[in-house]
Design a binder for this molecule. Structure first.
Ligand code: PAF
Length: 280
């Protein structure tokens, strides 16, 4: 496994890679969710590239950029074991030189939900992902379903900007009690960790209601809210039952359509998101 930092080093190493090349973009502090992206890329591509960069432009001014967990030595060790071919760990100055002034702003799909709770977040994500795609030139790029709106925003950007690559969205990895794996789970104390299962319990309750014949989107949102409101440590930012490609809320019945159930919930100071696709 080769590790590179600068753009010239990356470009030289990229020329040596056999096609197809798969890219798993990450912000490091890797967990089994990231490793599942790397593994799927390993299965489907001749070469696997992983980027590790904590992207400051996708964090709001009061978010956790300063405390975001980092452990590069451990990450590299894990990636070596997954047989990654190339790891790119650019510095801040490489991604955002002092005179940087070009941004990627995705429209409607980036506006509701995460977009409205975290202004500027998707501008930061789309910009850095566009830069990663341009630098690495992958044939396939691997993202997690856990960040469902991020995947929808990037899909729109890939289409609108004619990136010549296939987007692969991999299933969410969960703890045995259903908690979706996230680098931010390390912030939870034992009591909060127990409370954090409310997200998966809420999604499961709505899924069960749907399976039992409830197809009114608002009733499904209510089913999720009821579980979350019963958890004293949970502070709900949003609960949604939306159209998965556009992220627009569904009104009325699902009528056989696929729907994305999703939520953002603060457990103590830790903001968690989760989602589940139903129907279709
Ligand atoms: O999902 C993430 O870890 C980040 O948003 C990404 C895609 C690596 C961009 O910084």
């Amino acid at each position: 496994m080769k590790t590179v930092v600068t753009l010239p080093e990356l470009r030289a190493a990229r020329l040596e890679l056999a096609a197809p090349v798969g890219l798993a973009p990450t912000m490091g502090y890797l967990h089994a969710g990231h490793l599942s992206l790397v593994r799927q890329a390993r299965r489907e591509c001749a070469s696997v590239v992983v980027s590790i960069f904590v992207n400051p432009t996708q964090f709001g001014p009061h978010e956790d950029l300063g405390s975001y967990p980092r452990d590069l030595a451990r990450d590299l060790d894990l990636l070596r074991r997954e047989d990654a071919d190339l790891v790119w760990t650019p510095t801040l100055e490489i991604v955002y030189p002092p005179d940087f002034q070009t941004w990627v702003t995705v429209g409607q799909v980036a506006q509701p939900l995460e977009g409205s709770m975290r202004p500027g977040h998707f501008r930061g994500v789309a910009t850095v992902v566009a830069k990663l795609f341009n630098a690495v030139q992958p044939h396939r790029a691997y993202f997690g379903q856990k960040d469902a709106q991020q995947a929808a925003v990037i899909r729109q950007m890939v289409k609108d900007l004619n990136f010549n690559l296939e987007l692969v969205v991999c299933p969410t990895q969960r703890e045995p009690d259903g908690l979706a794996l996230s680098s931010r789970n390390v912030y939870l104390n034992p009591e909060e960790r127990r409370a954090a299962t409310a997200l998966w319990r809420a999604l499961s309750a709505a899924q069960k209601a749907y399976q039992q014949g409830q197809s009114q989107a608002e009733r499904l949102r209510e089913a999720m809210r009821a579980v979350l409101q019963a958890e004293p440590l949970a502070n709900v930012e949003y609960v949604s039952c939306a159209e998965p490609d556009t992220m627009q809320e569904i009104e009325g019945r699902l009528e056989g359509r696929q729907a994305l159930l999703s939520m953002a919930v603060k457990i103590g100071k830790t903001r968690l998101i989760d989602n589940l696709l139903i129907g279709g």
